[in-house]
Design a protein around this ligand. Structure first.
Ligand code: HEM
Length: 469
C-alpha cells in the first residue's frame, strides 16, 4: 500500500512539473498584444521541432496561427514573419529600430566591426567602404580579371577524374575571394588560412558555449589566428605598398590606402573585420549556389543545352586563352536566370534575422524590445502565385528582367542591407560555369545524399565523373 501511495505522488509531482515546464515560457514571455503562437519548453523553446521538422514546422504553425506568429527559437523569443508584404516592410525599416539579429556566436567570431554587427552611421560607413571595392566598375576593371585567371587554373586537370563538386565549389568560393583580396602570395598564407577559416565558419553556426573543443571555442580561436595572419600581412603590404603602385591593386592594398578613391580611412581592426566579412559572406552562398547549379543542370538536360549554347557562343568569339570581359558576363542572360532559379528552388538562404531595439507595433501587434524577428523568405520561393509551377526548375521564368526586381524577391535580401556582393557573386558563379561547361561534361557518380534544411549541403560530398569535351 505505501508503495502505491508513493507511486501516485511521483506521478502527481511529474504531472505538476510537466505543466510548470510547459507553462514556463508562456508566463516568462507573457505580454499584451503579442501575435498568436506557442513558446515551447524553457530554454529550448521550439528549437528541436524547428530543426527536426524544418519547413514543415513553419508551415504547420502558419496554418494554425497565420503568417505572423510567435515562437521561441535558438534560445530567443522570436516572431516568425512569412508574409511577403511584412517581410519587405521589416527589411526597409531598420531606421525605425529593426536591426540585424544574428546569433551571439556569429557576432563574437566575425568581429565587433563586421557589417552585421554595426548599425546607423557606422553601418553606412563600413558598407560605403565595401561598396567602393566591389561595385560594377571595380568588378569590370579589377576583380573580374582576377576571378577569370583563378577559375582557369582551378578548373584545369579535371579530365577523367571523379571530383567532389561540393568541395571544389567551397575551395573555389574561398580562394577566388582570397585572390581578389590579397593575390596569390608566395609561400601561400592562404594554405594557413583555409583550415582556420573552415573552423571559423563552423563556429558561427554553433551555440556560444565557451568550453574546450566546442565549435564555438574552436571558431573563436580560429578567428584569433586569422586576425594574427591578417595583421602581419597588412604590415608587410604597408611597407611594400609605399614603393609599388599596381594598376590592378588588391582589395587589401586599397583598404590600406583608404579605398579606391581614398575616401574611407579604416583602422586595422576595421580592415580585418571587413576582410573576414567579405570572405565569410560570399563563401557559403557562392559555393552552394554553384554546387546546386551543377546538380540541377545535370538533372535538366534541356536547360544544360541552352546554357552551354550561351557559353560556347561567347567562347567562339574569343581566342582560347582570352579572358572573359565584363561585357561577356553582362551578355549571359540565361546564366543569370539559371543562378536565380537555382537560388530560388534550392533556397540557399532561408531568411534573415532582425532584432527590435524598442517595443514596436508591427501588423497591429506589439513586439517587445530585444525580440528576434525571423524574416522567413523560404515559402515565398514556392508560392505558385508568384512562381507558377514552383517546384519545376525553370530558368526561363527569370528572363523577364522584372522578375528579379519584383517586390517579393528577397533572394539577395532587401532594404538597407541588400546584398552588396550580389553582382560580384553572380560574376563568380557565371565565370565558374563558363569554364566548367565549355571544358567538360559530367555524370553524377550517384548515391550521394543532399540535405535541404537547415542548410543546403551534401553531408558526404557530391561526386561527379568529369571528362573533357
Ligand atoms: C549567390 C550569392 C549570394 C547570396 C544569395 C547572398 C545573399 C545575401 C542576403 C540574403 C543578404 C541579406 C542579409 C540580411 O539582410 O541580414 C546578404 C547580405 C550581405 N552579403 Fe550577400 N549574398 C551572396 C553573395 C555575396 C558575396 C560574394 C559577398 C562578398 C562581398 C556578399 C556580401 C554580403 C554582405 C557584406 C552582406 C551584409 C550587408 C549589410 O549588412 O549591409 N554576399 N547577402
Amino acid at each position: 500500500m505505501p508503495i502505491f501511495i508513493v507511486f501516485i505522488w511521483v506521478v502527481f509531482l511529474l504531472c505538476i512539473l510537466t505543466i510548470v515546464l510547459l507553462k514556463w515560457n508562456v508566463i516568462m514571455y507573457k505580454r499584451n498584444g503579442l501575435p498568436p503562437g506557442t513558446m515551447g519548453w524553457p530554454v529550448l523553446g521550439e528549437t528541436t521541432e524547428f530543426l527536426k521538422q524544418g519547413p514543415a514546422f513553419m508551415k504547420t504553425q502558419r496554418s494554425r496561427y497565420g503568417s505572423f506568429f510567435r515562437s521561441h527559437l535558438l534560445g530567443c523569443p522570436t516572431i516568425v514573419s512569412m508574409d511577403a508584404e511584412l517581410n519587405r516592410y521589416i527589411l526597409v525599416n531598420e531606421a525605425k529600430g529593426l536591426v540585424p539579429g544574428y546569433p551571439q556566436s556569429m557576432l563574437d567570431i566575425l568581429g565587433k566591426r563586421n557589417i552585421a554587427a554595426v548599425h546607423g552611421s557606422a553601418h553606412k560607413y563600413m558598407r560605403g567602404a565595401l561598396l567602393g571595392l566591389i561595385n560594377p566598375t571595380m568588378i569590370r576593371d579589377n576583380l573580374l580579371p582576377k576571378i577569370d585567371d583563378f577559375m582557369r587554373s582551378h578548373l584545369s586537370n579535371w579530365d577523367n577524374k571523379i571530383v567532389d563538386i561540393q568541395e571544389k565549389a567551397k575551395e573555389m568560393a574561398f580562394l577566388s575571394s582570397w585572390r581578389q583580396i590579397a593575390g596569390s602570395e608566395p609561400g601561400s598564407i592562404s594554405e594557413a588560412l583555409v583550415p582556420e577559416f573552415f573552423k571559423l565558419v563552423l563556429g558561427t553556426l554553433s551555440l556560444p558555449i565557451n568550453l574546450p573543443n566546442t565549435n564555438y571555442r574552436c571558431g573563436f580561436q580560429a578567428r584569433q589566428k586569422i586576425v594574427t595572419l591578417l595583421r602581419s600581412l597588412i604590415e608587410n603590404r604597408r611597407s611594400a605598398n609605399s614603393q609599388e603602385n599596381s594598376k590592378q591593386p588588391h582589395i587589401l592594398d586599397l583598404l590600406i590606402k583608404g579605398g579606391a578613391e581614398g575616401k574611407y580611412k579604416l583602422s586595422d581592426d576595421e580592415i580585418i573585420d571587413l576582410i573576414i566579412t567579405i570572405l565569410y559572406s560570399g563563401y557559403e552562398t557562392v559555393s552552394t549556389t554553384s554546387m546546386m547549379a551543377v546538380k540541377y543542370l545535370h538533372d535538366h538536360p534541356k536547360v544544360l543545352e541552352e546554357l552551354r549554347k550561351e557559353h560556347v557562343s561567347i567562347r567562339a568569339r574569343k581566342k582560347p586563352e582570352e579572358p572573359l570581359t565584363y561585357e561577356d558576363c553582362k551578355s549571359m542572360s540565361f546564366t543569370r536566370a539559371v543562378i536565380f532559379e537555382t537560388s530560388r528552388l534550392a533556397t540557399i538562404v532561408n531568411g534573415v534575422l532582425r532584432r527590435t531595439t524598442k517595443d514596436m507595433e508591427i501588423n497591429g501587434y506589439i513586439i517587445p524590445e530585444g525580440w528576434k524577428i525571423y524574416v522567413y523568405t523560404r515559402e515565398i520561393n514556392y508560392d505558385p502565385h508568384i512562381y507558377p509551377d514552383p517546384l519545376a526548375f525553370n530558368p526561363w521564368r527569370w528572363l523577364d528582367k522584372n522578375s528579379e526586381n519584383q517586390h517579393y524577391c528577397l533572394i539577395f535580401g532587401g532594404g538597407t542591407r541588400l546584398c552588396p556582393g550580389k553582382e560580384l557573386g553572380i560574376a563568380e558563379i557565371s565565370t565558374f560555369l563558363h569554364y566548367f561547361l565549355t571544358r567538360y561534361r559530367w555524370e553524377e557518380v550517384g548515391g550521394d545524399k543532399l540535405m535541404k534544411f537547415p542548410r543546403v549541403e551534401a553531408p558526404n560530398g557530391l561526386h561527379i565523373k568529369v571528362s573533357s569535351h
